[in-house]
Design a protein around this ligand. Structure first.
Ligand SMILES: [Zn+2]
Ligand SMILES: [Zn+2]
Length: 163
């Protein structure tokens, strides 16, 4: 029995074979699939997909590399979507300084906002972390993380994993 905690089946790339991919996964023993959101629009499509299929769940959030296109007030859309009963986590969020160093400040602002939403709603947090080990630890120390956190893009080492 498997749970895929990180899929993007709501992406347009799956427009032609989404049902097949889903069916194939279920047939191989995957009992649940979680699609994290990466923007307001993609969080909406992730929620819509989870409403359509019983074994599909969603997370809502704005990906660190997508923050350049939005303003912090758009986070209210994420809060609204997070109240859907098929939403099981907040994310993906985090810091990506591999591709997005120039939006670092904005990424931090959004990361903190996601931490706060997860705390308020009592939902786990999905963290995307690439080339940003020290900065992510710094934020994790300064803000109260929810009880459950999943690192999915993990560019850290053993010390950070223990942490
Ligand atoms: Zn992802
Ligand atoms: Zn990611």
């Amino acid at each position: 029995m498997y749970i895929d905690t990180h899929c993007h089946l709501n992406f347009p790339d799956f427009e032609t074979d989404r049902e097949d991919v889903l069916e194939g996964a279920l047939k191989e023993g995957v009992v649940a699939i979680i699609n994290p959101g990466s923007s307001v629009e993609k969080s909406k499509s992730a929620v819509a997909l989870s409403e359509k299929y019983p074994s599909v769940y969603s997370a809502v959030g704005i990906h660190p590399l997508d923050v350049k296109d939005v303003s912090i007030s758009d986070i209210s859309e994420i809060v609204k979507l997070a109240k859907n009963k098929k939403v099981v986590a907040i994310g993906e969020t985090g810091l990506d300084f591999y591709y997005g160093k120039e939006t670092g400040e904005k990424q931090r602002e959004f990361f903190v906002a996601h931490i706060e939403i997860a705390g308020e709603l009592g939902l786990p947090l999905i963290i995307h972390q690439r080339n940003s080990r020290d900065e992510v630890i710094d934020i994790c120390e300064r803000y109260k993380l929810p009880q459950k956190v999943v690192f999915h893009c993990f560019g850290g080492d053993m010390a950070m994993a223990d942490y």
